[in-house]
Structure formats: C-alpha cells, structure tokens
Design a protein around this ligand. Structure first.
Ligand code: COA
Length: 191
C-alpha cells in the first residue's frame, strides 16, 4: 500500500470508513485515539505509550515503510489503529485495536484481511501476533482468518511490562518458523 493510498472499508451495517497509512502529521489524531480507548480495551491493546516522542517515532517508521501503520478513519477521527511492525522483515508482527463504540461491527475481520493481503502481496513468509490468554474475541477473530496458536511467549507491552501471551502464526512459506523469543515493539519505550 503506497503512502497516500486510500481504501474504503464497510462495516456490517453499511457504514463506510477510510483506511490509509499514518503520516507524521497524524500525531494528534493518534494521541486522541489512545486517549479515547476505554480502560478495558487499553488493558488488551497498549502497543506503546502515546507521548510526543514515542508517537513521532512510530509515525516516522510509518512514513519510511519500516512498519505498515494504518488508521481507520471515520470523518477525520482515527477509530481503529492497526499495523504490521517490522514490515521489512520476512515475518512482521501484527497488532490492532478498535475504539469501543466501533467494535463488533465486523471491522476487525476486514482489517485483518487487509493486513494479510498486504503481507502476501509483499511475498513475506508469514505473520506473527500475540494476544492475552483471556482475550477470547480477538483469539476467535485470529483463528477465523487462519492463525494458529504455536507457543506462549513473553511480550513487552506499551508500559514496559513483560507479560506472557499466546503467540499465533499465519504461515505463507512452509519453510518458515515463528519466533519463541521475547516479542517487543520496534521503538524503545518511554515509561
Ligand atoms: C479484538 C477486536 C480487534 C475484534 O474486532 P471486532 O471488529 O470487534 O470483531 P467482531 O466483534 O466482529 O468479532 C470477531 C469475531 O469474534 C467473535 N466473538 C465476538 N465476541 C466473542 C467472545 N466474547 N468470545 C468468542 N468469540 C467472540 C465474533 O463472533 C466474530 O466472529 P465472526 O466474524 O465469525 O462472527 C476488537 O474488538 C478490539 O479492538 N478490541 C479491543 C482491543 C483488542 O483486544 N485488540 C486485540 C489485541 S490482541
């Protein structure tokens, strides 16, 4: 997906949303997204802190293409944030979060499909992700698009804690194997 491409995604109830790669100018949009996510959702999706330096570093990586970093926009508001970190590696690391009022509308599945297509189109070997053991909704979604649980791994979350999560893998290249090492964000955390 090119830097300024726009893709329309439709929810189950027919509302239209725009997907595009995030730019350095999206700093405030992304910080607002981080602030608007409920405590419950933040407990399952805190990829990084939302201070200026951290957000700038991620948006820089988005523009250079080191990560495929996407926003789902409704008007000019980011209502979902999703990405393939380490997009220049053979196996990137997937993450996604949707604002509470937009969950359960089928957007998660469409966002997954978009990330999977992007990784396949680039000829990558597969996609890894991690999810908390009690996140049954996310687990069901990931399984429904073909991911398989392969290990429990240590994962460094956005506030610096290391937690044990279920690691899942979607394999494109039959020779590839996913990592059981510590999974961590590409930017050092300010916490
Ligand atoms: C997890 C998340 C990305 C899912 O996206 P979504 O658009 O809300 O997805 P949906 O509600 O349509 O549900 C996806 C699937 O899970 C199923 N599901 C919903 N709630 C479930 C539950 N409690 N237990 C098991 N399955 C559940 C749905 O039936 C659906 O399957 P279907 O498409 O076959 O009907 C989204 O809810 C979210 O951002 N949550 C908060 C942050 C988060 O947990 N991020 C993931 C971190 S690993």
């Amino acid at each position: 997906m090119e830097l300024h491409d726009k893709i329309i995604l439709k929810s189950k109830d027919g509302d239209e949303f725009t997907v595009r790669r995030l730019l350095k100018t999206d700093k405030e949009h992304l910080q607002k997204f981080g602030k608007s996510l409920s405590e419950v959702s933040t407990a399952t999706f805190l990829p990084h802190s939302y201070d200026d330096d951290t957000v700038n570093a991620y948006l820089e990586r988005s523009e250079t293409g080191e990560d495929l970093t996407l926003g789902l926009f409704f008007d000019d508001r980011i209502i979902a944030y999703f990405f393939l970190w380490y997009f220049t590696n053979p196996i990137p690391l997937l993450g996604m979060g949707i604002l509470d009022e937009f969950q359960g509308k089928g957007l998660g599945k469409r966002m997954m499909q978009l990330l999977i297509d992007a990784a396949r189109d680039k000829g990558l070997d597969g996609i890894e992700l991690t999810t908390l053991p009690d996140n049954h909704r996310a687990y069901a979604l990931y399984e429904s698009v073909g991911f398989q649980h392969y290990a429990d791994v240590n994962n460094k979350v956005g506030d610096g804690r290391i937690v044990v999560e279920r690691a899942m893998f979607l394999q494109f290249n039959p020779e590839a194997s996913p990592s059981i090492e510590l999974h961590k964000p590409p930017v050092e955390i300010n916490s």
